[in-house]
Write a protein that binds this ligand. Structure first.
Ligand SMILES: [Fe+2]
Length: 340
């Protein structure tokens, strides 16, 4: 082999290896409809999955509390509960119909409101990766936490799914400390991911990102780590990452929020829960960033419909019957840094 060809191939290999560390690529799977939801208490039930299939998503994201393990010392519960979901014929049909991505929140991580000190987190990660079919080639398996980036479609219609891990590194004792939310390695990975070209970026978080904590709510949210939340928004600004939309779960109600004061509006669509409504749902206090009267406190799931022809995104919350509760449409150009 000629030396220059050999060196060229080696460099190409290095670039490929580097890419692989950042993102898993599915260029041939075009994505125009994304559905998502969270909080499934009964893995053998999940009647709502039929309605989500009727929505015909190209992709579904499980946003955490996908099972309720809730144990410090019964590791067998991971296998039992994932096993029940995996054996559910509705889930099997759904899985065969569209690709699935997942993050975890506290209950499937292992325990209510839990964090970096959860004792079974290593075992929980393995159970998670196996159940959600994380490919053996994914960098997921060679680092701490469950964060991943998966990209779909070709340039011009590229959808970047950014799957955050808000549990593995979470330091609740020091909420003002640097790296107290995502951890150092995940922050630096996120910066590199946001620098990659993409047309629409969906950042998936277990808990709400945009909602303010102004009314002293106890529910977990990024707002309890204000410096980390600011860092997240600043990172979107400094990397000049266009097209960001957040999706989140956890709350047992759905709603849509929108930032003020960022370089372009950052939306956060919360969809929760898939099979339960919490008594606190009706008591949730909206703040001034909520998109008009968007709260739904019955079963629900969320949707992002990408109209590539009209360069428009439709953000949706649907009820348990698959009927649209709220649709908010935004042109792509609204999600661009103003100086671009
Ligand atoms: Fe949760």
């Amino acid at each position: 082999m000629r030396p220059c060809l050999f060196i060229g191939l080696c460099l190409a290999g290095l670039v490929f290896a580097e890419e692989n560390k950042l993102a898993e690529l599915h260029e041939d799977h075009a994505v125009g409809r994304i559905a998502f939801g969270s909080c499934l208490r009964q893995p053998a039930g999940a009647e709502i999955l039929g309605k989500i299939m009727d929505y015909k998503p190209d992709l579904f994201v499980w946003l955490g509390d996908n099972i309720y393990v809730d144990t410090y010392d019964k590791p067998e519960r991971f296998e039992q509960l994932y096993g029940q979901l995996g054996a559910n014929p509705r889930y099997q049909k759904f899985k065969a119909a569209c690709p699935q991505l997942a993050i975890w929140d506290d209950h499937d991580y292992g325990m209510d409101n839990h964090h970096k000190d959860y004792p079974l987190k290593g075992l929980s990660k393995v159970a998670f990766g196996k159940f959600w079919d994380v490919p053996a080639t994914s960098p997921f398996w060679n680092r701490e936490g469950i964060y991943r980036c998966v990209e779909y479609g070709k340039p011009g219609r590229k959808v970047q799914m950014i799957l955050l891990d808000g549990r593995w590194f979470l330091d609740k004792q020091n909420p003002g400390a640097k790296d107290s939310y995502l951890g150092k390695a995940q922050w630096s990975w996120l910066e590199e991911v946001l620098e990659r070209p993409a047309d629409v970026r969906v950042i998936c978080s277990g808990v709400q990102v945009v909602k303010l904590n102004a009314n002293g709510e106890k529910w977990e949210m990024w707002g309890h780590h204000p410096s980390e939340k600011k860092r997240l928004f600043d990172l979107i600004e400094s990397t000049r990452a266009d097209g960001v939309v957040f999706i989140s779960g956890d709350m047992h109600f759905g709603e849509i929020y929108k930032t003020a004061g960022t370089s372009y509006p950052l939306y956060d669509i919360t969809a929760s829960g898939l099979d339960q409504v919490h008594p606190h749902a009706g008591k949730a206090q909206p703040d001034q960033l909520q998109i008009g009267q968007s709260l739904i406190n019955t079963l629900n799931f969320g949707g992002i419909v990408i109209d590539w022809e009209k360069a428009t995104l439709h953000l949706e919350i649907l009820n348990g019957e698959g009927e649209i509760h709220l649709r908010h449409s935004i042109p792509f150009k609204e999600l661009q840094h103003p100086e671009k």
